[in-house]
Design a protein around this ligand. Structure first.
Ligand code: FES
Length: 174
């Protein structure tokens, strides 16, 4: 068996039976395999936290796509993480309504409290901070997601309350 064949064989064992079962369920709803690309990425990310190169290649192979094609989709979709992230991702809205309501100073407060800037993860691996466009809750701006929770009407007191156990950790790039 040559190197290329070995890599192909290895890719067949990367995804778990459960992941493949969930991807198959998505495939039953789409007319062609690549139509399930985003869902397949989300399924694998939900179990592993992020999409490694090996997972990306395995998913691409399973969907009869090139890794480059799938990488293009993963990169375009900003909620697919191609690097490890913290246990909770803070999706911080910096679009117009939140900006008018002072999200810049809130973001600075988060950076001060957690010691991370956009694209970074706290040293204890608890939080990653990522900017996102509108979260669809403009009437409750400024807003952010912390893990699965939507946090609305954020002010500095709320940041202190949310991250009360944190001091100035220094972050690192994710
Ligand atoms: S602009 Fe922030 S939720 Fe819409």
């Amino acid at each position: 068996m040559n190197d290329a064949q070995m890599i192909q064989t290895d890719l067949d064992s990367v995804l778990s039976a459960e992941e493949l079962r969930e991807i198959d369920a998505e495939l039953s709803h789409v007319p062609y395999k690549s139509g399930a690309a985003i869902d397949a990425l989300k399924i694998v990310q939900a179990r592993r936290g992020w999409i490694s190169d090996q997972c990306l290649q395995a998913i691409a192979k399973y969907l009869d796509m090139s890794a480059e094609e799938l990488e293009g989709i993963a990169t375009f979709y900003n909620l697919i993480y191609r690097r490890p992230v913290g246990k909770k991702v803070i999706l911080f809205c910096d679009s117009v309504s939140c900006w008018i309501c002072g999200c810049d100073s809130i973001k600075q407060k988060i950076t001060d409290v957690l010691g991370v800037d956009y694209g970074q993860t706290t040293e204890d691996n608890e939080y990653s901070l990522i900017p996102v466009p509108c979260l669809g809750a403009c009437d409750r701006a400024p807003v952010m997601m912390v893990g699965d929770d939507l946090v609305t009407h954020i002010d500095e007191a709320k940041i202190d309350e949310l991250f009360a156990d944190k001091t100035n950790n220094s972050g690192g790039n994710t």
